[in-house]
Design a protein around this ligand. Structure first.
Ligand code: C2E
Ligand code: CA
Ligand code: CA
Ligand code: CA
Length: 278
């Protein structure tokens, strides 16, 4: 029994070492990917749920690895966060999205909001505001059309001084959305304190609509709360007409999801937008 115990121990040690090496090599590869410009953005349209008219796009990062595979963010964002790489990666995403947004405007496309995700580490980065301002200056993208998505958990774990960052962001003229709303533990009191513009209803709740009574209740409550605080509710993960109709009926007018469009490579997104606006 003793030797079996030792074997098991060795087995786990080996497995853990392998896992650590895998993460390390992933981190090294990701570091190189940023340097070699192997990252790219896809854009998912956000629409007026009643008419299907696009009102904005959310930029979502992808990694086109040297083997040609497109790696989804779920596989590398956590590693980027643990290693701190998310900070340079996040600035790359912001600069790329603003450059793209500016070129759309220059091509005569109608102004639309451009949503960019900000992770917890970026949120705590001391140069955040300076860097955002510098990227806006450098790209010439209008601040009023830029929206940052910050998860509810990031905001709530922040507590004190981060409210100052929110105020400063508002002073820059950008909009702020609370992402994955409903998965954290915001109190109404906290929510009232935060100068934000949008509540994004997490996909997990939209998923069960229109039939799941819990999801009905949660989404209805979020929409009602958003409206009473003069925030715009935005639903993510809208996949069916029945979901869209439920959301509209409860007073949520904006959303994104496969019912309208998946996150698209830039060229396809431009085509989609042109068609939807025609
Ligand atoms: P998120 O910010 O909640 O983004 C929405 C995710 O839902 C996207 O996954 C999108 O493809 C997916 N989605 C949109 N509509 C539907 C739908 O109708 N059905 C289903 N099943 N899924 C839908 P994606 O692109 O894989 O991104 C996953 C997460 O990775 C994002 O969740 C976000 O947290 C993170 N992420 C992506 N890009 C960035 C980035 O540039 N910076 C940071 N910090 N995080 C990012
Ligand atoms: Ca988001
Ligand atoms: Ca989400
Ligand atoms: Ca559910």
């Amino acid at each position: 029994a003793k030797s079996r115990g030792r074997n098991t121990y060795q087995f786990y040690t080996a497995a853990l070492t392998r896992l650590a090496n895998l993460r390390l090599s992933m981190e090294a590869r990701l570091r190189r990917a940023i340097e070699r410009n192997e990252l790219l953005l896809h854009y998912q349209p956000q629409v007026d749920l009643a008419t299907g008219t696009p009102v904005g796009v959310e930029a979502l990062v992808r990694w086109q690895s040297s083997e040609g595979r497109i790696v989804p963010p779920g596989e590398f964002i956590p590693i980027a966060e643990d290693s701190g790489l998310i900070v340079p990666l996040g600035y790359w995403v912001l600069r790329e999205a603003c450059t793209q947004g500016r070129s759309w405007l220059d091509a005569g496309r109608p102004p639309m909001r451009l949503a960019v995700n900000l992770s917890a580490l970026q949120w705590q980065h001391k140069d955040l505001l300076k860097r955002i301002q510098a990227i806006l200056d450098e790209t010439g993208f209008p601040a009023e059309q830029l929206e940052f998505e910050i998860t509810e958990t990031t905001l709530m774990e922040g507590g004190g001084p981060e409210t100052g960052v929110l105020v400063a962001l508002r002073d820059l003229g950008v909009r702020v959305a609370i992402d994955d709303f409903g998965t954290g533990y915001s109190s109404l009191a906290a929510l009232k304190r935060f100068p934000v513009d949008v509540l994004k209803i997490d996909r997990a709740f939209v998923d069960g609509l229109p039939d799941d009574p819990d999801d009905q209740e949660i989404t209805s409550a979020i929409i009602a709360m958003a409206r009473s605080l003069h925030l715009e509710p935005v639903a993510e993960g809208v996949e069916t007409r029945a979901q869209r109709d439920f959301l509209l009926e409860r007073g949520c007018r904006t959303g994104q999801g496969f019912l309208f469009a998946r996150p698209l490579p830039v060229g396809e997104c431009v085509q989609w937008l042109a068609r939807a606006l025609a």
